[in-house]
Design a protein around this ligand. Structure first.
Ligand code: SF4
Length: 407
């Protein structure tokens, strides 16, 4: 592209952003093509790229949910991703421990901002221990270098009992606060382990530790409110649940920046459901599946209680693992179409399945290129895309011609 080789979708998008460019390509036959391309602004090229080859993670966290998978699953579920490109594009958290100088240069050149960064602890020794990576660079100087170039961050701290809570959490919040406007938000998320996790090495925070973490969050949030007019640091919904504390009101979360990370997700969805009250059709008695990624799966029950009361429907949560990008990718937006197909193909007992609208692009293609219309023909129930349930159940459109139910 204009004489530069294309490495991935980022090069493609940034280098084709101009309205005129030169594309040189070698076809599978070996034939070389050179195209002088001009296109009106905003007109798509009509070209689909293969899903990117995922950057592998250089860490070996004891709390990694990939290790927390049982044996015998599809091979891709054991991929550990740590990819700054997915961080920028999809809000997937990355540790930035596997960046090469070339990657750092790209982040600055393409202004990949904001990035979503797993900080966990700013003390370099504690962070290296948590990531099980003695090579991990110190995060504060690394973020500061990017900040000088105008890159901004949403950050998270995954809270581990006795390791990065207490005084370490205090230090982490202080250091991130010290980076000023470059850190747009911080979330504190209690670690979630499975029965297969390394429980002898890592433990979920107790209710008392969650309450202590919430106190630290609230103290720093009060300071940020006074200085910046917004809380800046947020406890994940799970932190409140485990601490036995009530969730803050919806207004606390501002733009719900870390909603996909389970921060304010419950309040966001409850708000959207309430806003549509009275506009739902008659879903009484219908059986509706809510498909989502594993990040949101645990928070859904409280939201669906509200929705069931509004609609009279019976809901079932289906939390899907991502077998295209790996189980460490937990956001609903990156789930491949094949995962939905596998989960729904034999579910003749369902009347409707709600799918996350973030999982398809404008052409209704999933990340694995499956067309939603094709999916609709392969599953026995009606499917609808939804950002917040309310949009789909209060007048949403069915995808494809699958026999289904209309309210
Ligand atoms: S938790 Fe994330 S950073 Fe840690 S090993 Fe797993 S994929 Fe890598």
């Amino acid at each position: 592209m204009n004489g530069r080789p294309l490495e991935d979708f980022l090069d493609w998008e940034f280098l084709t952003a101009e309205d005129a460019f030169m594309l040189r390509a070698r076809l599978p036959s070996g034939e070389e093509l050179e195209c002088d391309i001009e296109r009106p602004e905003g007109m798509p090229m009509g070209l689909t790229l293969e899903p990117p080859r995922i950057r592998r993670c250089a860490n070996h966290c004891d709390f990694c949910f990939v290790d927390g998978n049982p044996t015998g699953l599809r091979a891709n579920l054991y991929i550990r991703d740590d990819d700054y490109r997915l961080s920028f594009r999809y809000g997937n958290f990355a540790t930035l421990t596997n960046l090469k100088p070339k990657d750092e240069a790209r982040i600055v050149e393409y202004r990949l901002s904001p990035l979503y960064v797993s900080v966990h602890a700013t003390d370099p020794v504690v962070r290296r221990w948590l990531l099980r990576n003695p090579e991990a660079p110190a995060i504060v100087p690394q973020l500061a270098r990017f900040a000088e170039q105008g890159i901004r961050f949403h950050t998270q701290v995954v809270l581990i009992s006795g390791i990065n809570d207490g005084a370490q959490l205090e230090r982490t919040l202080g250091d991130l606060h010290g980076l000023g406007d470059a850190v747009l938000s911080v979330s504190v998320v209690p670690v979630a382990l499975t029965e297969f996790s390394k429980h002898h090495l890592v433990a979920e925070p107790t209710a008392a530790q969650c309450r202590a973490a919430l106190e630290a969050v609230e103290r720093w949030a009060a300071r940020a409110m006074a200085e910046r007019g917004q809380p800046w640091v947020y406890g994940a919904d799970d932190l409140y649940l485990q601490a036995g504390a009530p969730l803050p009101a919806a207004a606390w979360y501002g733009e719900f920046e870390q909603r996909e990370n389970g921060v304010g997700a419950v309040r966001y969805l409850q708000t959207r459901i309430a806003q549509s009250a009275g506009r739902y059709g008659d879903w009484a008695g219908k059986r509706i599946a809510v498909t989502t990624g594993t990040a949101m799966g645990r928070l859904m029950p409280q939201v669906l209680t509200d929705l069931a009361a509004e609609t009279g429907a019976r809901f079932e949560i289906i939390a899907l693992e991502n077998d295209l990008f790996g189980a460490s990718v937990t956001t609903a937006g990156l789930l491949p179409g094949a995962a939905f197909q596998r989960a729904l193909a034999d579910r003749h007992d369902l009347d409707l399945a709600l799918l996350p609208a973030e999982a398809v692009n404008d052409d209704l293609l999933f990340t694995d290129d499956l067309d939603a219309h094709v999916l609709a023909e392969r599953v026995p129930m009606e499917i609808r895309f939804s950002y917040d349930f309310a949009d789909a159940l209060a007048g949403g459109q069915a995808v494809g011609a699958s026999a289904g139910v209309e309210p």
